[in-house]
Design a protein around this ligand. Structure first.
Ligand code: GN1
Ligand code: MG
Length: 724
């Protein structure tokens, strides 16, 4: 068969396929007779050396047919089904399953555990963890790759003798142990950064060892397991010849949210994120193809991202006929349409056709495509997941308008566990954006697009509500050291408050009742402490003690409000500085975003919440509390901006309440994180077990430092107000 007129490495090419192999690659010629592929480009089929399951099936089930069909449709043409930390019998059973099924080829198995470190088990089942056992391993046929923790007893001998490709993973090993393991023959890190020590300048750990010895590194580039900046860092360190993209996909891939079994444990998938009941990330729900596209959206050149999921993993596992378009290589190909979507997949020289309509390719893309048709802005082209924000699920989507132009938008699924009245929120947002557009004429403003029924949201069912808004191209800051930017952020939030000064507050529904009612927040925490439903209160004894002792200080502002000493204004209520977008070139603020919580509130809380986030020396979830302090310079800069804008309209009492507002909102947020921790992490998205407790400790460390610096902070605010 000749595939004619394919775009290959930038040139129109004819590819001849014979006996399942690529027989010739030549410039397109009119003399050839074959299948016309005009308009399509070609890349090698993807090789997934680390994937557990999809469409409801898992490698541990020992049945591969449905998985191989789904994977084939999504461009994975060969893979290593990956086993979990389980009993010998369970793993043995997998190796006896029928691997000769239609679709994606099985090149052998990857055994992930049981020879791992319990301290870094991630989503693996601790019950079955054990030391490396050569005899046991040798009795399991088809094991091509094995992930082990080299610090376990017997590891070095195992690495030398086991005869498989050895990856270092689920490990707590230090640099020297990793060097020794690599010298013994280990040639890769398993899901780099996940379930292993990070890089510390005195305790370099596995990653610098891998770099030193120039071995391979696997990375899950789904946008959840690694921050995009870390994906780019790994790419710059290791390059496309050493970095391997894996999916680490689990059972729920290709299905929706729900509860799934994984490694003998229940896993909850919510908004596409899979977690154990303790909150640890449990594999991805992304196909390898989606991970490739995500990596490209983070900045990896597309051709390199493809290489990292084709030739590089093939080389790593010793499969030199896979993952490349060369004469003599296996004819595993993906044909892409002009939007870079998979059009056809060829495996071993035959096009893969499947009438399995039950599991359409990559459901995340399909879901978003379907949702986008509900809005009139355009047709879905592609998307990437935005990981900022602790509440809603957020995607940047590219949509193609009727005239063919493609523009980015933001599509969000509202978290209806947090926002019980999504219709109320969208009504608020409608009023507020209309008001702000009038006030900030000439500046970018948020705009929500109507769905078919004219509403500014699309309600799929009572608990699934979507909204589409314009994409404002600007920079947002999480941690910011520039005093100039902090001053401007202060001014932007101050200006926001001024713009809402004449807004009719009676139009607004309270989207989260008692959102910043500190007294109520503390009561909720103390009730959770008393009930202690997850048995976690003992761990947080010191934190609870601190909050009990400082309850009256924290409730000062809301008491003053209740007694009429402070006025109620319309406020933003979530003034993290990453909610201000700045112009990429001029550095000036463009727009305040995230209007979900615009409600009546205290000026001191908008000021204080911003100070809490922006004037801290560390992130709001910094685990090392010794690094957390209030930076008075940052505080001054932010205050100059905020009070400079609002000073004229604030009452004396309000100016006097600003610093206590900052302390109070910080303790309030600590209480919210802690209440969520004690009740099982249902409210805030968590990235690891104990994340909410770490956040609590960070907020309390900051509150303590603010209390120490209170007098200086008061003086700064006074000084600015007097000159305003
Ligand atoms: C949540 O949506 P996001 O991530 O900006 C939370 C805020 C907290 C913040 C802490 C509706 O904000 O109140 O201060 O996390 N929003 C809601 O990071 O609860
Ligand atoms: Mg928010």
């Amino acid at each position: 068969m000749i595939l004619k007129n394919l775009l290959f490495e930038g040139r129109l090419t004819d590819i001849t396929v014979e006996n399942g192999k690529i027989a010739a690659i030549a410039p397109a010629s009119d003399h050839n007779v074959g299948e016309d592929c005009t308009g399509l480009s070609v890349i090698p089929g993807l090789v997934d050396m680390h994937a557990h399951g999809c469409v409801g099936k898992d490698t541990m089930d020992g049945e591969f047919a449905e998985m191989c069909t789904f994977l084939a449709k999504n461009g994975t043409t060969s893979w290593l089904p990956t086993t979990m930390t389980q009993s010998y019998e369970a793993i043995k059973k997998v190796t006896e399953g029928n691997t000769k099924v239609p679709g994606t080829q099985i090149l052998g198995f990857h055994m992930e555990g049981p020879y791992i470190n319990a301290k870094k088990k991630g989503a693996q089942n601790g019950k079955f963890i054990r030391n490396p056992d050569l005899a046991e391993f040798r009795s399991l046929p088809g094991m091509r790759v094995v992930t082990i923790a080299p610090e376990l007893e017997g590891s070095m001998e195992f690495i030398r003798e086991c005869g498989a490709v050895v990856c270092i993973g689920h490990t707590d090993a230090d640099y020297d142990t990793c060097i020794e393991a690599i010298e013994a023959g280990a040639n890769c890190l398993t899901h780099t950064f996940n379930a292993m020590p990070g890089i510390h300048h005195r305790e370099p750990g596995p990653i610098p060892a891998a770099l030193e010895k120039n071995i391979y590194v696997q990375a899950i580039t789904d946008g959840l397991h690694l921050h995009p900046a870390i994906v780019m860092m790994l790419y710059k360190m290791f390059g496309a010849d050493r970095m391997v993209i894996i999916s680490d996909s689990m059972r729920a891939t290709g299905l929706g949210d729900g509860i799934y079994e994984f490694g003998g444990q229940d896993i909850e998938v919510k908004d596409g994120v899979a977690r154990t009941m303790d909150g640890a990330i449990a594999g991805s729900t992304s196909t390898l193809w989606r991970c490739v596209k995500q990596a490209a959206s983070f900045g990896v050149p597309f051709d390199d991202a493809v290489k990292m999921a084709t030739r590089t993993p093939a080389d790593m596992i010793g499969a030199p006929n896979k993952g490349r378009i060369e004469v003599g290589a296996d004819a595993d190909l993906i044909l892409l349409d002009k939007d870079n979507e998979i059009a056809r997949v060829m495996i071993a020289g035959s096009f893969f056709e499947s009438d399995d309509a039950a599991h359409p390719a990559d459901t995340e893309a399909e879901t978003l495509r379907r949702i986008c048709t509900q809005f009139s802005a355009g047709e879905y082209v592609s998307h990437r997941v935005i990981t900022q924000g602790n509440i809603n699920a957020t995607y940047a989507v590219d949509l193609k308008a009727a005239d063919g132009s493609v523009k980015p938008y933001i599509l969000q699924k509202i978290n209806t566990y947090v926002f019980r009245d999504p219709v109320g929120i969208m009504a608020n947002i409608g009023y507020v954006t209309a008001h702000l557009r009038k006030k900030a004429a000439g500046k970018p403003a948020l705009e929500f697009y109507p769905a078919a029924d004219g509403k500014n949201y699309y309600m799929e069912d009572a608990s699934t509500v979507w909204r589409l808004e314009n994409y404002i191209d600007g920079v947002g800051y999480d941690l910011c050291d520039s005093l100039d930017i902090l001053r401007k952020a202060g001014a932007a939030f101050g200006e926001f408050q001024n713009q809402l000064a004449d807004f009719d507050a009676s139009l607004l529904t309270e989207t989260i009742p008692g959102f910043h009612d500190t007294r109520k927040r503390l009561q909720t925490l103390f009730a959770a402490e008393a009930a202690d439903e997850c048995g976690r209160a003992a761990e947080a004894e010191a934190e609870l003690q601190f909050i009990h002792t400082h309850a009256e200080l924290a409730c000062g502002p809301v008491d003053a409000l209740a007694e009429g000493r402070l006025p109620l204004r319309v406020t933003h209520n979530d003034t993290k500085i990453n909610n201000v977008l700045f112009d990429r070139e001029t550095g000036d603020p463009l727009c305040v975003i995230d209007l979900d919580t615009v409600m009546p509130g205290l000026a001191a809380y908008d000021f204080g919440d911003a100070v809490r986030f922006a004037a801290s020396t560390a992130a709001e979830d910094e685990p090392d509390t010794a690094r957390i302090a209030l930076d008075l310079q940052k505080f001054r800069a932010f205050s100059e901006g905020f009070i400079g804008k609002t000073g004229g309209s604030l009452t004396e009492a309000e100016i006097g309440s600003m610093v206590q507002g900052a302390i109070a909102i910080t303790i309030e947020l600590a209480s919210r994180f802690l209440a969520d921790y004690l009740t099982g992490d249902k409210y805030f998205k968590v990235n690891y077990e104990g994340h909410n407790l770490v956040r609590t400790r960070a907020q309390l460390a900051l509150a303590k430092d603010m209390i120490t610096k209170r007098v200086e902070m008061e003086q700064i605010v006074r000084g600015i107000a007097e000159n305003a």
